[in-house]
Design a protein around this ligand. Sequence first.
Ligand code: UDP
Length: 384
Amino acid sequence: MSLTVLMNAGPWLSVPPPGYGGIENVVATLVPELRRLGVRVVLASVDSSTLPVDEKIAVFDDGQFHALQRPYNQVCGISQAHLGGVVRALHARDDIDLVHDHVEAVGLATLAAMGPQAPPVLHTLHWDLAKHPDLYGNLDGGDRVRVNGVSAAQLARAPRALREHSVGHVHLSTPLAVDADRRPRPDKGDYLIILGRINPGKGQDVGARLARRVGVPLVLAGPVGPYHRPQDLAAAGDEARQNPDVRFFYDEVAPHVDGDLVRWVGTVAGQERDDLLAGARASLFPLRWEEPGGTAVVESLALGTPVVATARGCLPELIEHGRTGLLTADEDELADLLLAASVLDGDECRREAATRFTPAVMARAYVGLYEQVRQTAARPLQPA
Ligand code: UDP
């Protein structure tokens, strides 16, 4: 296939990311599969990115994520500077067949404003679409700019103008899904896990309360704001409370963390993360928001760990109730489901992941969307 895609991963983190980094992980998972399918990839990222690509564009040497702690007026130029580099590259060359953009808000706004001479654009929406009503409600990308979601549920809540630009959704994937059904069955421990940023939307407070009620050990794994280890959070003192997720942790979650039945282990990565997830009886998503994509959900399936969750956002699309997990709309019922989770078969979860959530499945879906977007963009203008 002779297709050159400018993959815009943004200025925040290198690709692959050094630790936590949802969008950068998606790009790092997608690009090798696209290249295997013959797509040439020009990566717009930061210079420290190490992902093998055909070419790289960067304005910044390193990821700028640390700057996000600063006030808005000291941060807002960073993504614009990065997009400036992308726009200059697009003006200077004519070999880019399509831009696949992942940069929240400013990526879509800038690329849509470039006008008809610019290449077709597919902008992937990785976040909650209620966030930018002014931008999304007034979007006009003509025939050249299209968006895709990471679940059907996410797009269903999008403002109409955004939905009119949509070419549908592509579920997230994980490299752990490759041959997931052929790996040896993991040994299960007697604990539940919540893997994710500690945040009101992810509902760790609800999970901790329910685990204590039914007496099943619960491991909370994930960062609290910018703090990855309990000792780092403790060392930061009262100043850390400026971060809303830190306040949530101290006020709502920490009172349940007794270091025994409920433990917060901080961010886990690599093999440690996989072993912890694979060893859990179930992974729990006691959501208080409409989870848009759920990477941790598909990772759990790939590691043979059934999912017990609130039936919100993408969960009903990813999980089949009674087979790969247990879902409920009712918080109280979640407690019963925690106990019932052991009847589910982890092998079913691994088979599901190996079929639906591999990087190859995701890459094939994106190549299909690239073709669709290019065809729509090439349509002759209708006479007025
Ligand atoms: N994650 C991790 N270590 C942790 C907590 C989370 O590696 O301690 C990873 C998790 O495995 C997943 C990502 O962070 O790959 C979270 O993505 P998800 O879509 O579940 O949630 P988001 O944070 O993007 O809302």
